[in-house]
Write a protein that binds this ligand. Structure first.
Ligand SMILES: Cc1cc2nc3c(=O)[nH]c(=O)nc-3n(C[C@H](O)[C@H](O)[C@H](O)COP(=O)(O)O)c2cc1C
Ligand code: SF4
Ligand code: SF4
Length: 243
């Protein structure tokens, strides 16, 4: 079984592909309070995006409840460029037979802008080839560590990750422009269940993973995060893939 968490679709796409290539199933962890019984699974995979050189909180919580038994286990971290020590840190919670980073289009528009279209396309093509290689290694039960941690990995995955968790995930900067038509998609799809509609407009609670799904998926591009996102594009993996 391959479990995934995904804000904007990269990790979902990677998990579904890996499942298809290894003859397995993929399941979204959103809404699960704990891992199901996996004692009969021959392989267990965790696929997720990197957030500030760390593992997203919901995946970390899920991993704490996962009993891996004798399964071949692997972690795949999708990222814009580098993972830091995220996979090493995850392996302290779940024993990982294999660890991989998978470079995909960057969705973090609170800092940098999106990758341009050609770069995003090239990243997805390369990720497709890398997933085929991973699938062959996983099927052969070959332990592999192919992770691009980047520079100052330990520092980024401790100090910067701490700052992200404790200070950077405020929902206060979220606001909605007049383009919002009250369709309710953002409220239905927020994995933290933090958005509700009041008088036809979204209102944010306090809990937020900063997955950026609401920002990217709004069909009217009506959601902004302070001034940081006003001039930025939006990312939708469906614009790049056909499967
Ligand atoms: C809050 C946040 C922090 C991020 N931090 C990193 C990072 O530290 N390193 C990196 O390479 N990419 C980073 N990214 C980019 C994502 O990891 C990358 O685009 C990922 O593939 C998104 O996956 P998803 O579409 O499944 O949500 C960050 C994205 C977000 C939203
Ligand atoms: S998804 Fe966009 S248009 Fe729909 S309710 Fe949310 S902000 Fe408004
Ligand atoms: S509020 Fe937006 S960014 Fe935060 S968890 Fe929900 S969908 Fe993700």
């Amino acid at each position: 079984m391959i479990f995934y968490f995904s804000g904007t679709g990269n990790s979902r796409w990677a998990a579904l592909r890996l499942a298809a290539l290894t003859g397995d199933r993929a399941q979204d962890i959103t809404g699960l309070d704990k891992a199901p019984d996996c004692s009969r699974e021959a392989q267990l995979g965790l696929v997720f995006p990197i957030y500030a050189w760390g593992v997203p909180e919901p995946m970390e919580d899920f991993a704490r409840t996962l009993k891996t038994g004798s399964a071949f286990t692997f972690g795949v971290a999708t990222c814009g460029s580098e993972t830091g020590h995220a996979l090493k840190n995850l392996a302290k919670t779940v024993p990982l037979s294999s660890s991989y980073s998978l470079v995909m289009p960057n969705n973090y528009i609170l800092g940098a802008d999106l990758d341009d279209e050609a770069t995003a396309r090239a990243k997805i093509d390369a990720a497709g080839r890398e997933l085929a290689r991973m699938a062959a290694e996983i099927t052969a039960r070959q332990p592999v560590c192919r992770v691009h941690e980047g520079s100052l990995a330990g520092l980024k995955s401790s100090l910067v990750q701490y700052g992200f968790r404790h200070y950077a995930r405020s929902t206060k900067p979220f606001y909605v422009t007049d383009a919002c038509n009250g369709c309710g998609l953002c409220a239905r799809d927020c994995p933290a269940g933090t958005i509700r509609l009041e008088e036809g407009k979204p209102v944010w609670g306090t809990r937020c993973y900063q997955c950026l799904r609401c920002l990217h998926a709004c069909p009217r591009q009506a959601i902004q995060y302070g001034k940081q996102t006003e001039q930025k594009g939006r990312y939708n993996i469906e614009d790049y893939i056909t499967d």
